[in-house]
Write a protein that binds this ligand. Sequence first.
Ligand SMILES: [Zn+2]
Length: 857
Amino acid sequence: MGKSVARLYTQFQPESYDVTFDIDETAMRFAGSVTIKGKKVGRPSQRITFHQHDLNVMSAKVTKHDKKGDQAISISRINNQDTLQEVRLHAGEMLYPGNYTIVLDFEAKITDGMTGIYPCYFKDGESEKKLFMTQFESHYAREGFPCIDEPEAKAVFNLMLETRTGVTALANTPIASQSEKAGRLVTTFEPTPKMSSYLLAFVTGDMISKETKTKQGTDVRVFATVAQPANSLNFALDVSKRSIEFFEDYFGVPYPLPKVDHVACPDFSAGAMENWGLITYRERVLLAYPGETAQSIFEQIALVIAHETSHQWFGNLVTMKWWDDLWLNESFANMMEYQAVDALFPEWHVWNTFIAAEGLSAFRRDAVAGVQAVKTEVTHPDEISSIFDPSIVYAKGGRLLYMLKNYIGEDAFRKGLKAYFEKHQYGNTSGADLWAAWSDASGRDIGAFMNPWLTRSGFPMVTIDQNAKKISLIQQHFQDDPSKADPKRHWPIPLFTDTPNMPDSFDSEKLELDGTYPPTLINLGAKGHYAVRYTTDEQKKHVMDLVSKQELPEPDRLMLLNGGSMLARAGYESYGNILTMLGAYANESSESVWEIMALIVGESRRFIDQDEKLEPRIKQFVGKLAEKQVKRLGWVAPKDESAADTKLRASVLGLSAYSEVPETVANAKELFKTYIQDSSKVSAELRSLAFVVPVKEGDQEAFDFLVKLHDTTNNSDLKGDTADSLTATRDPKKAEFLLARLKDAKLVKPQDVDRWLVYLLRNRFTRSVAWDWMVTNWKWLEDTFKNDKSYDYLPRYAASCVNTREYEKKFRDLFESKQDQVLLKRNIQLGFEEISTRLAWLERDLASVQKFFKAQQ
Ligand SMILES: [Zn+2]
């Protein structure tokens, strides 16, 4: 790893695979055979090499096809090279370029790691059942069958599955034929379109489903295990049908397959996977339980479905040549999910969520010195998961495309996309191909605009200084630790201003304009990926007046607050000033703005680890801040309430409960009693509040009830709420009890372990036991998760809860020696950076924060 790997596509180019899997559930093994047709290319050699990992390739037959007809090639040796993830077929003669057919027989164990072919466990009543499914992205097709496992090696796949009888068998394409032979079910699927190996998929097991058709006649189906209620599929079915219709219209290119299936899988490492025609999900992001699912979860489900659906074009129909352009897939899908959901559910105003949630995640991460650029070299696919930083590859990349779309306008944006799909369908591309399409459509040089943003890490801060005679703009590389900023790093910055007679962008260090301008705001609508710093008292007053009169739209109100807190953490402002600014938002009634407000509240709570006496003061301040909205919204939602208010109620009541406002605490406890008697009487929004309050107060019966609820429910959303509330305990003994359960996959699914752990780490009452548990059980964490995305998140999560020198040392003790692991190295180094900058900030601003809260008394 680290060093580059040979691309096997340079010696063999597959055209088709006929692949058969025989799944033995009892022995937990599979046997397979594959017939690969394709071209040997490049220099003549005595071997052909395919990818394989943990497969035992037992036999190989090679046939050469040329003018002389078919000739059998004798294979002298099959060399399974497991460390290289290859199988090498050594021939007794020289093999020249040309057409070959290779037939390989192989077998392997089925293991619990959630890659390759793996089992999903679930309980149907009292009986334990399994689904068998695949996860082949990024480079795990080679765990299923020998192949050229590189995105550029597109081919047609003809899949056949042998399973036990009575199961549902799904793959990318519809079933061509199905029959029973010797007590086994044999299912053959129609050929796939030409596509990359990482998109091949199947799922088999006992499932329920619902189906519909799009306007154009595409079959849309949603599947879940038989343990799920049928009505949990309804919402996903509606969203997936309408998402396909939306993208067909938006892209102007028809959906390329006759069907699309969406499957909720009980064990799943990522959130979802866009396999062509067979999209797989965690249950939590596909299933909605009428009456039991919160608004925020409905939104999340819709966004994830739209994200994966957009990949059916962007990613599947047109695919990156190599993994270094993976950002292109993910950044694009990250933005398009909002585009689609905004069209499907305009009343949700999800663009505000995009700006609040994705924007914030991108800015915070991108301000840490040493973070990667969106576009990064990938030499070995094993590096992908460590480079796959969601705040950068998804969130920042998505924001950059959003900036571009606003810069060139939606018409040019769509026109360029259509041309791109039409030109490159069933092929592979790099970023330059997309820039070319958008340059043609917009008449601007899009490569020149985008490349600096994509290849440079970080983002600019634009300082704007204005007086009666002139206005000047200066751009600087923004870093949480300004001493690490690169003074030479500049970007082409679109101004997004409504002040007349200003240029639409500038790319030099400084822009000076003589003349008298009205008070100027830039980055309106938070469309650009940069921070704005207003310097003069007049400018600041002007901005704050607009905020308190609510004359600025939501994206601007929230980005001002976010920008302010970023400037404070980097030392350009004092945090006391930011808290003063937060106080000016007391009249705020927008949910997306409150998301940032709640985040700043959370951030200020870090100071409690420096000075415990701050806690009651912070609570009092927060209680007051939330008071107005708590009063406005009350505890019961009126019938025609907006989605934003429904979400806001949960959030402000949560803040009020944190502040221990007596009335809120009493109501929450009452609500918990109601839940025990009749859960349908408690709204999904307020459920977790009702759970958290008694747990925090140490109510043993409530704790036991929630543990039992967690262990028995099949509703993943409810399971999540019980986890969130149980981890709010203040009792280290209870935390130890919860931690001990993490190693039992029957109690806590491996996919959920990181959630439990990180919540216990963030809780300052349980941090110490959770940390000790993490140290003691590191070997187990490594063994269980080393192939999983959540493994490299561990140092990131651990760093996120360090607020004192004591924990800085603990972080060092645990992770310093682990930097030789390629998977962890990046997040450990960023962790060190993040912690040292944060501690410098907390120590620098403690006095101003203490002063602020003293003045509140
Ligand atoms: Zn994606």
